[in-house]
Design a protein around this ligand. Structure first.
Ligand code: AHR
Length: 712
């Protein structure tokens, strides 16, 4: 915004409405005016302006984008109990059964109780002990807040199983026999094992199949498909059951159930969610975090090496948000996700700082972490002749992925020890030495943390700024980038959101977002990338057996096991990214109406006693210089209709027809939910009456995008 005259409130502006819907004639000198200077070409819009940020939070992957339906499939979520699993006994009078976690055990446990590992990653299994089977006996998984059942759907189930009879422990000489010996159970395990998707009360079977368990005390993986009928009613009130009617000891591990995935990719993504992301047309994906990159302790950082290859080799890890990620969505899957969206990776590498405040000092101790980052980069872009490039090829992707930006750490402003400067420089020097084409991003932004800024070494070319604010703060600061130094580093707004509404944001948040985005877009010569956070939220609340699914309020895309929806903010993101030119159109405004912002506690600390005035209209314009299309974004955050005169300076030829896309609602709290997913969605219409100077009425609480066609 080059010139801004803040004028009177729109309530004080007189106007009369013409017959033509939405157009008004205004004779008052105080008319709100916007001039788009089309006499000269503007600066380039950053080709990477809008992207996505992701991490495992709010069950974004497990119970979200990663299509696996079995929760706790390798039984490591809780070392004390088989969480999400329950015992099924059809007839408790005639059956006797129990289930138990058999974990990697110390030496003093009998040998037979210990030898159940399948791999270094799969060392804990579930044992179903069937002493007497008077009917169906089995284990049930409740999924991630239910197993989604849909009609006409083919599910792929697989699991490791082995069967045996009583445990006959080999005891060490001198060790006395147990006082409570294990019961003698015959090995009747061989034969059909039934696999079902059924209602949670077991009364309705939606899909069923069997595997033929061979007589063997060794692990074997079995696979089968389960198909639902056309007349099945969609529900999440369902469970996955593996059952038998014969006595014996049954051991299970890596129990998996996949619905059809996006483009049928194996170990793939939930289709509806991936499609919503593809529809946003993001230019990049920032991963793996966020806090998820760092982990609570230094040993909990995102362990990218153990997220590669067969699921049998993925133990999962502690995570940063209170639950154990399976890492089924690992490094390669992040990259395939980028590929699905035709986006490039923005890779966050662990830089030696953990959430509990520990850090590794720059120097020899940090070297192994730098080497690990170099390996990770080699996995992504290395030639197949390199060690990690060859691993990528062996994992099924010989072609390197696109990578330009490496972010060194995450939010290192939390590290008040001052160690980041050394850590950043050590990473940057090593990365740029091996890969001169890559650009390293510093997580400490000069403007946000002037006291912490990196002062030695080469200046970082890009700084990451994060903003979580309410809508007032977004409106108040929407033009902050108008004043930034153009000679300084480029800015990556790597996390930001207007935090209003839970679990997903409401209309007011979307108005905050849209206003903020106009500021980024007008300054997209400087703001080279931006991404909202968090992206995903599983909206389930706590049940008797599962905790609340989310940890962070105000998220972009919500879902349960069956359906998903976009928040009003989601639609703002999608529209901003879809309707974007390649040149910034310099714009100036007059008489933008304002409203007083409520005073905050911070104001009183700062000695501010008079409510500051905050604009209620925001704007950004870009142009595609090949097609001559102008994209004008106008936001009205007030509850009143707002007339605005638009002057297309330097334009002699303009089509009188245009496309208008509007997101609006009747009150700021309006929102979308899992049961009312489309209350606030964009509406597209054709309008006419566009001229080099024209006036439009902006709806209350609205985001309007005008697609105007000039003669080139
Ligand atoms: O987006 C949620 C969290 O906010 C991120 O993990 C962290 O980087 C930030 O503090």
């Amino acid at each position: 915004m080059k010139k801004k005259k803040v004028g009177k409130s729109i309530l004080q502006i007189g106007f009369c409405v013409l017959g033509l819907s939405g157009f008004i004639s205004d004779t008052n000198a105080q008319t709100t005016k916007l001039t788009l200077d089309l006499t000269k070409p503007g600066a380039n819009v950053s080709p990477m302006l809008y992207g996505l940020m992701t991490e495992e939070i709010n069950h974004s992957y497990d119970g979200g984008l990663y299509a696996e339906l079995i929760r706790n499939r390798i039984f490591k979520d809780n070392p004390t109990k088989p969480e999400a699993w329950s015992l099924i006994q059809e007839d408790t009078n005639t059956s006797k059964a129990s289930m138990k976690l058999i974990a990697a055990a110390p030496d003093n446990v009998p040998f037979d109780e210990r030898r159940h590992a399948i791999s270094g990653a799969l060392q804990t299994c579930l044992r179903l002990t069937v002493e007497k089977a008077g009917g169906r006996v089995g284990i049930a998984n409740e999924g991630y807040w239910g197993i989604p059942v849909k009609p006409n759907t083919t599910y792929k189930a697989s699991f490791y199983i082995k069967g045996t009879g009583s445990i006959q422990p080999q005891r060490r000489p001198g060790v006395p026999p147990p006082t409570n010996p294990a019961p003698v159970i015959e090995d009747n395990t061989a034969g059909p094992i039934t696999v079902t998707i059924e209602s949670s009360d077991g009364k309705t079977v939606y899909a069923s199949g069997t595997i033929d368990l061979i007589k063997s005390a060794f692990w074997k993986k079995y696979e089968l498909t389960l198909i639902t009928a056309a007349d099945v009613k969609a529900t999440t009130n369902a469970r996955f059951v593996i059952s038998t009617n014969r006595a014996g000891l049954y051991y299970f591990n890596l129990v998996s159930l996949f619905p059809p995935t996006y483009k049928n990719q194996s170990n793939g993504f939930r289709s509806d969610l991936m499609q919503m992301l593809v529809d946003m047309k993001p230019k990049f994906l920032r991963f793996p975090g966020g806090n998820f990159l760092e982990g609570p302790l230094i040993t909990d950082a995102f362990p990218w090496k153990q997220t590669l290859g067969p699921l049998e080799n993925r133990p999962g890890h502690r995570g940063s948000w209170g639950y154990r990620p399976s890492d089924g969505l690992g490094l390669l899957e992040f990259l395939l996700w980028c590929e699905n969206m035709k986006a490039e990776a923005v890779l966050g590498v662990y830089a030696g700082y953990s959430l509990n405040g520990d850090h590794i000092d720059a120097g020899p101790l940090l070297k192994s972490y730098v080497d690990d980052a170099l390996d990770e980069i080699e996995y992504i872009i290395g030639d197949v002749k390199t060690y990690w490039g060859a691993k990528r090829a062996a994992d099924g992707h010989p072609a390197p992925f696109k990578l330009t930006y490496i972010e060194v750490g995450n939010e290192d402003w939390f590290d008040r020890s001052g160690s980041y400067e050394g850590r950043f420089n050590q990473f940057r020097e090593a990365i740029e030495k091996k890969y001169p084409q890559l650009i390293c991003i510093s997580t400490i932004a000069d403007a946000q943390y002037p006291d912490l800024k990196v002062k030695t070494g080469k200046k970082a070319a890009v700084l990451d700024e994060h903003y979580y604010r309410n809508s007032w703060a977004m409106w108040e600061n929407a033009s902050q980038y108008d004043k930034y130094d153009r000679k300084g580093p480029k800015i990556f707004v790597g996390e930001w959101a207007t935090r209003e509404g839970a679990p997903t944001t409401n209309l007011n948040a979307a108005l905050g977002d849209a206003a903020w985005m106009t500021g980024m877009e007008r300054n997209s010569d400087l703001i080279i990338m931006s991404c909202y956070a968090p992206l995903f939220v599983n909206v389930n609340t706590a049940t008797a057996t599962a905790p609340k699914a989310w940890q962070w309020d105000s998220d972009l895309i919500g879902y349960n096991a069956l359906t998903s929806f976009g928040s009003p903010s989601y639609y703002v993101q999608k529209l901003f990214s879809s309707y974007l030119g390649n040149k910034i159109v310099t714009s100036t405004s007059e008489n933008i109406p304002t409203q007083p912002r409520p005073l905050t506690r911070r104001d009183s600390t700062d000695g501010i006693t008079k409510a500051p005035q905050v604009p209620t209209v925001f704007y950004a314009a870009t142009k595609n210089d090949k097609t001559g299309t102008i994209y004008l974004k106008l936001i009205n955050t007030s509850g009143k209709e707002q007339p605005i005169e638009i002057n297309l300076k330097g334009i002699s030829k303009i089509s009188s027809d245009a496309t208008l896309i509007v997101i609006k609602g009747s009150k700021p709290e309006d929102t979308n939910t899992i049961t009312d997913p489309e209350k606030i969605i964009p509406a597209t219409s054709k309008i006419n009456g566009i001229a080099p100077v024209f006036t439009r009425m902006l709806d209350p609480y609205s985001v309007s995008i005008f697609q105007l066609q000039t003669g080139k």
